[in-house]
Design a protein around this ligand. Structure first.
Ligand code: SF4
Length: 234
């Protein structure tokens, strides 16, 4: 594209009239805004001060001067979910902690992200079969990035943070859930109830159906046993 007054025009070039040559024309708002919107968010992701077990020690190391998280704009760990963009679930997720984790997640404003750090947070790790451990925090809250390892090194966590930045780069202001009404992904997660076991309130219908099925099977077995007991011995 050359201006009318420009001398270096080549054949086939679109000639811009002189009166328009000092203007900027925007043909797609989202394409123009997305890089600025994402650049500003990707370079100021503030993690929450929040750790659960041994993986948290590696997360704390990552925040030391040696690894210089300030390069990514992530050195400001916040002591409140209301000022945090990122929850790093670092450590073993026990059933006792799940209601608290979900409550903290709900208290974070959008846009918010979750990074699952280590084998325990992602799938239960060495405690997967434990009576008091859940096999993955993603059963309760949506996870954006998984970092493998037991524990992951600071370098692995930084790699996960870079992966999160790459994910943010792919988002568009036109489609992100927090600006859309009635988007189920932006809704609050019901806080699970901790009693004799952990109850996810989103599973109540399934739990009721399974309990009814079990009660029916038990009643049928009892009736059969009673019939057999009533039969005269031959
Ligand atoms: S993944 Fe390994 S290091 Fe991390 S909390 Fe579990 S047992 Fe500890």
């Amino acid at each position: 594209m050359t201006s009318q007054a420009g001398s270096g025009a080549i054949p086939g070039d679109v000639v811009v009239p002189d009166e328009l040559s000092n203007n900027v024309f925007i043909t797609n708002i989202a394409k123009l805004l997305d890089p600025v919107y994402n650049w500003s968010r990707r370079n100021s992701v503030w993690p929450m001060v929040f750790g659960l077990a041994c993986c948290a020690i590696e997360m704390i190391c990552t925040a030391s001067s040696r690894y210089d998280l300030a390069r990514f704009g992530m050195e400001v760990f916040r002591a409140t979910p209301r000022q945090s963009d990122l929850m790093i679930v670092s450590g073993t997720v026990t059933k006792k902690m799940v209601p608290t984790i979900v409550r903290l997640y709900n208290q974070m404003p959008e846009p918010r992200y979750v990074l699952s750090m280590g084998a325990c947070a992602s799938g239960g790790g060495p405690f997967k079969e434990g009576y008091n451990v859940v096999d993955g925090i993603d059963k309760f809250i949506p996870v954006d990035v998984y970092v493998p390892g037991c524990p992951p090194t600071p370098q692995a966590l930084i790699n996960g943070l870079i992966a999160l930045q790459e994910k943010i780069d792919q988002q568009s202001i036109a489609t992100v859930p927090w600006y859309r009404k009635n988007d189920p992904t932006a809704e609050m997660v019901p806080v699970p109830v901790l009693g004799p076991d952990l109850v996810d309130l989103r599973q109540v219908d399934i739990i009721k159906a399974e309990a009814a099925k079990a009660a029916e099977a038990k009643a049928a077995a009892e009736a059969q046993a009673a019939e057999q007991a009533a039969e005269p011995a031959s």
